[in-house]
Design a protein around this ligand. Structure first.
Ligand code: ADP
Ligand code: MG
Length: 288
């Protein structure tokens, strides 16, 4: 570790593994057993505004982690730094052991890290299936979807066909296959979120960053969406989600990171974070 001398709390300090809430005093960062994502002192400035100001956290592989904080806390900018939309001014981002700081969005996606947007970005004039077919298909590899591709014997399955097949499987998984031939513009807000998630899944990610996945989704579809997320977690996917609905955070995440003024104010299990005085104060001070 080349940066060991710049940080008095070294990796070997296993006392950091505690799951209790830690407020942002100094550079303390919870260390997890098997991090899929590690942010170290990430800074992103826009002119005079420091949107992200030393954000540092780790995401446990296989977890559903919530990223919360008042408006303007820096959540979206952090997402944008992680996914390569912005290059951080300082700090590093390590995904699955590889430093991806400053990598372009398509490189990050190819590496296995994808995001969805608060406003779904489907093409309304194209059908649902056509939207699926636009997902990056440059890395057909081993996946749960591939296991459903028809027989191995003799037939050389062309990539496009295989991709189409997988598109159907993912649409079936999300129970929107009956909408495959509909124009995406006719879908409800919730169905668009499902389509967005379905598309993200086609890129064979390991880690999915979801920006307000429940915004504009009706309660029954929200329940389904959450069930799907848990099913995917069971299959090994990792989720980091920004979500304003505290019921979703409390009931569906196992770890919560609270950002405030560009850095991590507190983190811990949902219960401990909810009762953390600094967190309550931060929320009361903002518009939420
Ligand atoms: P959150 O998603 O937590 O609401 P953001 O990351 O969107 O917070 O914003 C953090 C801060 O950075 C805010 O003060 C916001 O106004 C500012 N900011 C975000 N994006 C830009 C930008 N492109 N240019 C200038 N300021 C920005
Ligand atoms: Mg935001």
């Amino acid at each position: 570790m080349s940066d060991a001398d710049s940080n008095p709390t070294t990796e070997s300090d296993s006392s950091q593994t505690a799951t209790s809430t830690e407020t942002a005093t100094g550079s303390s960062r919870r260390s997890v057993d098997d991090p899929i994502l590690e942010l170290t002192d990430v800074v992103k400035r826009f002119g005079g505004i420091t949107a992200v100001d030393g954000a540092a956290f780790e995401i446990e592989r296989g977890s559903i982690t919530g990223l919360i904080g008042p408006n303007g806390a820096g959540k979206s900018t952090t997402f944008n730094c992680i996914t390569g939309v912005y290059e951080p001014d300082e700090g590093s981002i390590v995904f699955d052991g590889t430093d991806i700081t400053g990598h372009a969005p398509n490189q990050v996606a190819t590496a296995g890290l994808v995001r969805t947007f608060q406003i779904a970005r489907e093409f309304p004039e194209m059908t649902v299936l056509e939207n699926m077919m636009l997902a990056p298909k440059n890395q057909l590899g081993e996946s749960l979807w591939q296991s459903v591709a028809p027989g191995t014997r003799g037939a050389v399955i062309r990539e496009e066909e295989q991709f189409r097949e997988r598109s159907w499987e993912v649409l079936e998984f999300f129970e929107i296959d009956h909408l495959a031939e509909e124009y995406a513009g006719t879908l409800s807000g919730g169905q668009r979120k499902l389509l967005e998630l379905a598309r993200a899944l086609l890129t064979e990610p390991e880690l999915l960053l979801l920006d307000e996945p429940m915004a504009g989704v009706n309660p029954s579809l929200e329940k389904k969406l959450l069930e799907h997320i848990h099913e995917l977690q069971d299959q090994g996917y990792t989720f980091l989600l920004v979500e304003h609905d505290m019921d979703v955070i409390m009931n569906h995440t196992e770890h919560v990171i609270v950002m405030h003024q560009g850095s991590v104010l507190a983190e811990g299990n949902p219960e401990s974070v909810k009762s953390d005085e600094a967190v309550i104060e931060a929320y009361l001070g903002g518009e939420v």
